[in-house]
Design a protein around this ligand. Structure first.
Ligand SMILES: *Cc1c(COP(=O)(O)O)cnc(C)c1O
Length: 399
């Protein structure tokens, strides 16, 4: 079966590879022609438990046969179960459920605005970051720090103040003397922006600044959360607790889901009638969330993410030790970016041809966010495929 680049009927919003997958198992996918791929992308940090995890499949099959959707007119016991788990893991207090990352961030931004209005601030401002990615709705693309995401969709929501990452002086200058700031909003590790971690020191300083000024600290853990870095949430490496934490991607291990977790300062902002979602928190998605977190604990996947992630980073550092064209190898746990001196987009298809799935973000960063159950042997496989492709990119053979 030949896959053409463009589909005749599906809207042309992605630069897709000419590949279609048929099935998956663990960290491997097979396409419609039977070719096997090692999945170092994990559906963009979504397939926490890999593909077709037997226990998740069994639970979801059971849930489909029991109940998939009722609406939020009624109590949904699975929501209570997942919320209780997220509260226990985060040290926060209450959860709102939605269906995607941008929805979780949209809810966070609504909370920030209402928090401001409750304090009598007419035009509440949220501090956001250069190279941030928060989604593609009008509000979240406005919060995003990438002109390519915004182009053609103006006028943008303009109540954002944008600052560079890891620069406390710049943040202080941007907010000094203002009485309209209500929240600071960042990804603990920027994903789409090129796998850019915020330092633990910086996150701690921002927490202190938010406390001193009664601002909400809102940390987008949509990509870096759910065990990916070896802790449940990436900001936990800094020993802090946010006031608002949007989640999505890995929470359902492939089933669409989003959530906003709130601490005491933010949990009461949204009241009946303020916000809602038809699909949000439906029994199928909630079961996926509950089972994902349960299986992660049972299989000790946080420790696997830490240990295999450290092995991965060390293996990449060794593979490119003598290669100045590899500018940086960064990230934490199983969220790894390899930045090359030149744009490296061509590597995505070359790697797929060689049986490896990766992505490139911010033009020059190879991003790898594999399922959390990946093994060191599979990491060896990834590095063995990637190394010659990167070296060939940096030193093209003259033929
Ligand atoms: C992917 C992502 C989003 C958007 O999630 P969608 O489910 O695609 O709407 C928001 N924030 C971060 C950090 C992300 O990585």
């Amino acid at each position: 079966m030949t896959i053409t680049a463009a589909s005749p009927h599906v809207m042309n919003t992605y630069g897709r590879l000419p590949i279609a997958m048929a099935r998956g198992e663990g960290c491997y996918l097979w396409d419609v022609n039977g070719k096997r791929y090692l999945d170092a992308l994990g559906g963009i940090a979504v397939n926490t438990l890999g593909h077709a995890h037997p226990q998740l499949v069994k639970a979801l099959q059971e849930q489909v046969g029991l109940l998939m959707h009722t609406s939020n007119y009624y109590h949904i016991p699975h929501q209570e179960a997942l919320a209780a788990k997220l509260v226990a893991l985060s040290g926060m207090t209450n959860v709102f459920f939605c269906n995607s990352g941008l929805e979780a961030n949209e809810a966070a931004l609504k909370m920030a605005r209402k928090f401001g209005h409750q304090k009598g601030i007419a035009h509440p401002k949220v501090v956001v970051y250069e190279h941030a990615f928060h989604g593609r709705s009008i509000a979240t693309l406005s919060a995003t720090g990438n002109p390519k995401v915004q182009e053609g969709f103006g006028p943008l929501v303009d109540d954002f103040i944008r600052v560079p990452t890891n620069d406390l002086a710049a943040l202080q200058t941007a907010t000094d003397g203002r009485d309209d700031v209500v929240a600071i909003f960042f990804e603990a590790i920027q994903g789409e922006g090129g796998v850019n971690p915020l330092s633990d020191d910086y996150m701690q300083a921002v927490r202190a600044l938010c406390d001193a000024n009664d601002w909400l600290l809102m940390i987008d853990e949509v990509q870096c959360g759910i065990g990916r870095t070896g802790k449940w949430f990436a900001h936990q490496w800094a020993g802090i607790v946010p006031d608002v934490m949007p989640l999505a991607k890995g929470l359902g291990s492939g089933v669409p889901i989003g959530a906003v977790v709130a601490g005491p300062k933010a949990a009461g902002i949204l009241q009946p009638g303020n916000h809602g979602s038809t699909f949000g928190g439906n029994p199928l998605a909630m079961r996926a969330g509950v089972e994902t977190l349960r299986i992660m604990e049972e299989e000790d996947l946080l420790n696997n993410a830490s240990a295999v992630g450290a092995y991965f980073k060390a293996a990449l550092q060794a593979a490119f030790a003598d290669e100045p064209g590899v500018v940086s190898i960064r990230g934490r746990g199983l969220m790894i970016g390899v930045e090359t001196r030149v744009p490296c987009g061509q590597i995505v298809m070359q790697a797929a041809d060689a049986g490896l799935l990766i992505s490139v973000t911010a033009d020059t960063v190879i991003r790898m966010v594999p399922p959390l159950l990946i093994t060191t042997a599979q990491i060896d496989e990834i590095v063995a495929i990637l190394r010659p492709l990167v070296l060939n990119l940096l030193h093209p053979k003259v033929t």
